[in-house]
Design a protein around this ligand. Sequence first.
Ligand code: C2G
Length: 129
Amino acid sequence: MKRVITYGTFDLLHYGHINLLKRAKALGDYLIVALSTDEFNWNSKQKKCYFSYEKRKQLLEAIRYVDLVIPEENWEQKAKDVELYHVDTFVMGDDWEGRFDFLKDQCEVVYLPRTPEISTTQIKEELGK
Ligand code: C2G
């Protein structure tokens, strides 16, 4: 069984996220999503989520492509996660191109093209939040 992992905040879930998850799952048989916790988002990504971790997790777990959701609590956990979950392929959108190449000696690293013209920030701005 080929195991794939990806990381993210996935706040205000939109079709760009779904496109990423669909393509990530297509690279294997089992997709793990490491979901940024509220604390990690606030302390390390300066992101204030609209939905809490639990709500974002509930939404992700309802997606057919997602097999497991685990917490992303810090920037440093990826290498351990790859080992712990026996990951074959690490996937991120290409806005992260190159940033996780250090994982290449543990697993395949794939950067997928982002879906254009949609982002959580854009949604918030257009809603005047
Ligand atoms: N994404 C995409 N197309 C978009 C928007 C997002 O392909 N229009 C992808 C991003 O490239 C990322 C994933 O969807 O791979 C989740 O996006 P975010 O929730 O914005 O994640 P981010 O804040 O980039 O967190 O340790 C890694 C970080 O946790 C990634």
